[in-house]
Design a binder for this molecule. Structure first.
Ligand SMILES: [Zn+2]
Length: 144
């Protein structure tokens, strides 16, 4: 599992902007708490080569999928939660909230104030995120 600010990072395929080039279909990891996104460490080498190539070519947009076959890289997301179709985002957020709640119990028992506060902060962000996500889902269902 990859971690960022204590929360588990979520694996997905997304677009990454690198200076003037938009790279599509890149395996990425993102943190649901602070929104940090990073290119998946296992394909970072390939990503850098592609970006350099796109840069030299002045390509405004490239598709990572066209250059690197990730179909046979099931191991890519072995160590993190994966979103395959976006539909499970609220499940993942709920999972992370459960984990944070469990940890909060531990921090309480240990009387670790600093950790407790950090976890409370994380819980708040995760539940805000879940609220936002559900709101967005409602809107898109209504307009569909
Ligand atoms: Zn983070």
């Amino acid at each position: 599992m990859s971690y960022c600010c204590g929360a588990g990072m979520i694996g997905t395929i997304g677009s990454v902007r690198h200076q003037r080039t938009l790279v599509r279909n890149v395996p990425i990891l993102f943190c649901p708490v602070c929104d940090r996104t990073e290119v998946h460490p296992k394909i970072e080498g390939e990503y850098e080569i592609l970006v350099e190539y796109a840069h030299g070519d002045h390509a405004p947009e490239v598709d990572f999928n066209d250059f690197v076959n990730i179909d046979h890289r099931e191991d890519l997301f072995d160590n993190c939660t994966m979103i395959d179709d976006g539909g499970s985002m609220d499940d993942i957020l709920r999972q992370q909230i459960d984990i944070a709640l469990d940890l909060l119990g531990v921090a309480k028992a240990l009387q670790d104030e600093e950790w407790r506060n950090a976890l409370k902060d994380r819980l708040q962000r995760l539940s805000e995120r879940l609220k936002q996500y559900n709101k967005r889902k409602e809107i898109s269902q209504r307009s569909a």
